[in-house]
Design a protein around this ligand. Sequence first.
Ligand SMILES: *Cc1c(COP(=O)(O)O)cnc(C)c1O
Length: 393
Amino acid sequence: MIYNINEKGYYGDFGGAYIPEMLYPNVEELRQNYLKIMAEPSFQEEFNALLKDYVGRPSPLYFAKRLSAKYNTKIYLKREDLNHTGAHKINNTIGQILMAKRLGKHRVIAETGAGQHGVATATVCALMGIECIVYMGEIDIARQAPNVARMKMLGAKVVPALSGSRTLKDATNEAIRDWINNPIDTHYIIGSVVGPHPYPDMVARFQAVVSEEIQWQLKEKEGTNKPDYVVACVGGGSNAAGAFYHYLEDTDVKLIAVEAAGKGIHSGESAATSVLGKEGIIHGSKTLLMQTKDGQITEPYSISAGLDYPGVGPMHAHLYTSGRAQFMSITDDEAMTAGLELSQLEGIIPAIETSHSLAIFNEKKFKPTDIVVINLSGRGDKDLQNYIDYFKL
Ligand SMILES: *Cc1c(COP(=O)(O)O)cnc(C)c1O
């Protein structure tokens, strides 16, 4: 069994490029060029230099002593929260802005829900002096004012999506419409391992720096480059794809993907996409998604905006159906409690998305000798008000 992508753009049965004909030239241009461009020494050099001096990589692999003592196992945290802009998303936007430049594009579009990907995109556009348009649902613009302010401060234009439920999927529709109308000069930066091939593979490769670093950092600390477990939360799946990437085909290393169960898997208010999802097509890719019997996409729910997505990338659909990764579902309440616990045991306030991965220790027992690496995908500054309201601090 191979777990990574095949030459046709599929992970097992999932992936591909199910797109309207008018989008074909844009996606095809990217498909024909992305691997070639990424392999160029000048690309590698520029990418690595920016990851080092602008993002602040390598991010530390930190042994969480008090957390480990509490759960009687060895827990390491991969500190993506320390990256510039506070999460893993910048690894991908740096890669894609360099790709856009090599393809001769001088205009970038993106869609955003909670605004985190919009901020990461606006950041790299400012860095490169490239025009940036971010589509965002009107409802989300109202809910995510601080991130809207950040994007504006960085020089991006935030365009409200006024149709449908005025949230992420409507913003995505607007971005696709824009791309169809501007095929020559515009690159569309997708923020996770979702969308038509080659996006899931390209984004996974940009995020793969995470597991590349885990390998040598663990070797230094434990004398082996293989942990027993790698754990990551899954919205679309990009931070998990990065943390799993170099371990995909090495089944000695167990993979755990953590989804948001919201108010409970069967409450009707969740985002446990793999468990609840059926095969279908979303954003140009065949994958698992939450849908009604008639195939209408179900509105997802999670307390964390970053996990609130009705599908999962095709890599994760394959990891789920093949059994390569174990999928766990964590409720809002369990995640919030784990976020408070990490804050008070280790002095690290995690993003609520990340708190879902930290909650697994109450559900699953590990051996004292197990090495468990958790991808700490982001910091909790953006979620402080949420934590404060929840715990009435
Ligand atoms: C966006 C985000 C996620 C979810 O996205 P993935 O593509 O699944 O990684 C998780 N954690 C943080 C901190 C995020 O900002």
